[in-house]
Design a protein around this ligand. Structure first.
Ligand SMILES: NC(=O)c1ccc[n+]([C@@H]2O[C@H](COP(=O)([O-])OP(=O)(O)OC[C@H]3O[C@@H](n4cnc5c(N)ncnc54)[C@H](OP(=O)(O)O)[C@@H]3O)[C@@H](O)[C@H]2O)c1
Length: 310
């Protein structure tokens, strides 16, 4: 927000008033609240950014929509596609803006990829290969490993390669996944193969057991686009054409890249839009449907309280 002249951090809420006050002082928020519920009474809010661990996305989005306050909710949009549909329906019936904060979607590199696809300079798209792996310290209470917080590789980082495949290729017609659940019962590693209606393929890998290169390749008839490591926040793409030197494209960001999704929210709100054309609610629902299908195949389930409503 600091790099966007028209953005203002108006209020912050934490489960602890001390933490909220500390954050407000550090980042210049006008109001600080010691519970999330109090935030809804804050005057002059344009939009709430929900950045809790995954179990909080559905209930706090619903509460915010009930109060008629627009929402930017972190990825994954929800725990499952049932919740995603309920959230989308609530936003639509109340006429309140809602968007998933899948920040990679809004980076200039994604626009460039779409342009390559649209212009057809490399021919038709044939497939995607992407990985995302890192090795967090094992802490069963952390949101990465704790099933009560919606932990596991798929919802935390596997969502990025799945997003890339669906962003470029649409909804898969076949999904095959294998995964390993760890000591806390959440998935620590998974491999996903997807087939798309026109015969394209996606080969995806996510792991919290080991650091992987975390790069992506998008295959076309006449070349490959390599999104350099770490591809979900890339500043460099290489276009690889057979028998030619790589064409390297570099992008400058004013910060890590979160500003692009914030700018999109501001653009939508200023234009009176109820959802983002770049990240429509239907896309978030379909992404959750794929994650559900993968979870089903690898035997990943969460405590009943997280999966509500049935
Ligand atoms: N970490 C990243 O780089 C990154 C990048 C992109 C997206 N995300 C997404 O952003 C969201 C938050 O990730 P994070 O890494 O920031 O998570 P985190 O540090 O574990 O939690 C963020 C905050 O959520 C609040 N919270 C609410 N209920 C909680 C609970 N039951 N247990 C623990 N904390 C709880 C806590 O604030 P208070 O206690 O002050 O209320 C905590 O500081 C996730 O959806 C994640 O997928 C993260």
């Amino acid at each position: 927000m600091a790099v966007l002249p028209q953005a203002k951090l108006h209020a912050v809420a934490s489960r602890s008033l001390d933490r909220a006050r500390e954050f407000a002082a550090q980042y210049g928020a006008t109001h600080a609240y010691g519970s999330y519920e109090e935030l809804f009474q804050c005057p002059d809010l344009d939009v709430i950014y929900i950045a809790t661990p995954h179990q909080g996305h559905f209930p706090w989005t619903m509460r915010s929509l009930e109060h008629g306050i627009p929402v930017l909710v972190e990825k994954p949009f929800a725990i499952n596609s049932r919740q995603a549909r309920v959230m989308a329906e609530a936003a639509q019936s109340k006429g309140v803006f809602l968007m998933e904060a899948l920040w990679t979607r809004f980076l200039p590199t994604m626009e460039r990829l779409q342009a390559i696809l649209r212009e057809g300079s490399l021919g038709k798209i044939l497939g995607v290969k992407a990985d995302f792996g890192f090795q967090p310290p094992f802490d069963p209470q952390s949101r990465i490993f704790n099933p009560n917080l919606g932990g596991g590789a798929l919802l935390d980082i596997g969502i990025y390669p799945v997003f890339l495949a669906q962003f470029l290729l649409g909804t898969p017609s076949e999904i095959t996944a294998a995964g390993c659940l760890g000591a806390t019962g959440v998935d620590e590693e998974l491999g996903i193969l997807m087939k798309f209606p026109s015969g394209q393929m996606a080969h995806l890998h996510a792991t919290i057991r080991v650091q992987t290169k975390t790069e992506a390749f998008v295959y076309f008839e006449r070349g490959t686009v390599n999104l350099h490591s770490r591809w979900f926040e890339p500043t460099t793409l290489s276009i690889l054409r057979p028998s030619e030197r790589p064409e390297i494209l570099t992008f400058e960001y004013p910060c890590e890249g979160f500003s692009f999704q914030i700018a999109e929210v501001m653009r939508c709100l200023d234009g009176g839009l109820k959802e983002s054309p770049q990240m429509p609610l239907q896309f978030s629902i379909e992404l959750m449907e794929t994650l559900d299908a993968i979870r089903n195949q690898i035997g990943l389930s969460y405590p009943e309280a997280l999966e509500q409503p049935e």
